[in-house]
Ligand binder design. Structure first.
Ligand SMILES: [Zn+2]
Length: 345
């Protein structure tokens, strides 16, 4: 099969276009003919070996997010037909540890990530357990479908499960043009929350408003956004902040939380380390929480809204698979709104 793979970790020049053997499905597995694969920051980390991300062997195929059609099914696979249009949940749970057995699969002791621990989506074919296969509507393009899994799973988990977002609350979404930002805006609107955003350009703020954001602040033009937030919340601040940026926006974000506010983080693209004012934390009753890992139940929950057309993948640009290096360079530039997708013909 045609694939883009790495023979060692490093820069974009390590992405090689070539031929690899097609995966063979075993019991309980499904072979998917991939038509589109979306990029995530995790792809860059796995390619470069950054943030401690290792891959088990070479050649290695990157890519957590993928969509296509079912090419074949192994024995013991219920309810999945050849030709079915699907997307793939990239986290494979062990189904045998004590957490999986009692229904807390988000705490699985032995999860494997497709694209990191196993071959992923930068190829014509991939195999996955049937539990990771989800139908997509006929009207949805494969490019859009591929742009959905990781960012909506993350946004749903952070906003609905972790932060417990409620109708009528106000949420601030940082880096609104990122994949998780565009998903977060839509999840928050689906929960009937008010959405304010920060982003690095006026273009991204305008696009965020098209997705349902009420107002936005350009932190590259002016880094101090706490007064913007307070002006729009009667001086109170927001109920929830959904952040993937980390260090560079921390101080303004922390000052933008109302009493009892919740800050939930799923990324540290600008740095890991921040100063925390413990006095304000206890006096204002704030909650600071990390995303952690996500459950199959949450995947099913947001996919219900995807199939209703309430949550939509945001595709910024599509590259042919052969141009994976260009796609990675664009991802590194951060000059995007939504997802970069590879089309696999
Ligand atoms: Zn497990």
């Amino acid at each position: 099969m045609k694939a883009v793979y790495i023979q060692q970790q490093g820069g974009v020049e390590e992405l090689v276009v070539g031929e690899l053997p097609e995966p063979e499905v075993g019991k309980g597995e499904v072979l998917v003919r991939i038509h589109a694969a979306a990029l995530n920051h995790l792809d860059l980390y796995a390619r470069a070996g950054e943030n401690g991300v290792k891959v088990p062997s070479f050649p290695h195929v990157l890519g957590e997010d993928m969509a296509g059609e079912v090419a074949s099914v192994g024995s013991g696979v219920p309810d999945i037909q050849v030709g079915q249009r699907v997307l793939v949940d990239y986290v494979i749970k062990c189904d045998s540890c004590e957490y999986c057995i009692i229904g807390y699969d988000e705490l699985c002791r032995r999860p494997k990530n497709m694209g990191v621990d196993l071959w992923g989506g930068y190829a014509q074919y991939v195999k996955a357990p049937y539990q990771n296969i989800h139908s997509v509507p006929d009207w949805m393009s494969y490019e859009e479908a591929a742009s959905i899994p990781l960012v909506f799973h993350t946004a749903w988990h952070c906003l609905v499960t972790r932060a417990g977002l409620r109708p009528g609350e106000t949420v601030l979404i940082n880096a609104a043009g990122s994949g998780v930002g565009t998903a977060g805006i839509q999840v928050a609107r689906a929960m009937n929350a008010r959405v304010l955003v920060t982003a690095g350009s006026d273009f991204k703020i305008d696009k965020s408003k098209e997705l349902g954001a009420e107002a936005g602040f350009n932190y590259n033009a002016n880094p101090a956004f706490r007064s913007f937030v307070r002006d729009l919340t009667d001086g109170d601040g927001v109920d929830v902040i959904f952040d993937s940026v980390g260090a560079s926006l921390w101080e303004e974000s922390y000052a933008s939380l109302r009493r009892g506010g919740r800050f939930v983080t799923c990324g540290v693209t600008s740095g890991h380390w921040v100063d925390l004012h413990l006095g304000q934390l206890f006096a204002k009753g704030l909650n600071i929480m990390g995303s952690g890992t996500r459950s199959r139940r949450e995947f099913k929950d947001f996919m219900n809204l995807v199939n209703l057309g309430s949550l939509r993948g945001v595709v910024y640009r599509v590259f042919p698979l052969d141009e994976a290096r260009e796609a990675h360079r664009l991802m590194e530039s951060r000059d995007v709104f939504g997802k970069i997708v590879l089309r696999i013909s």
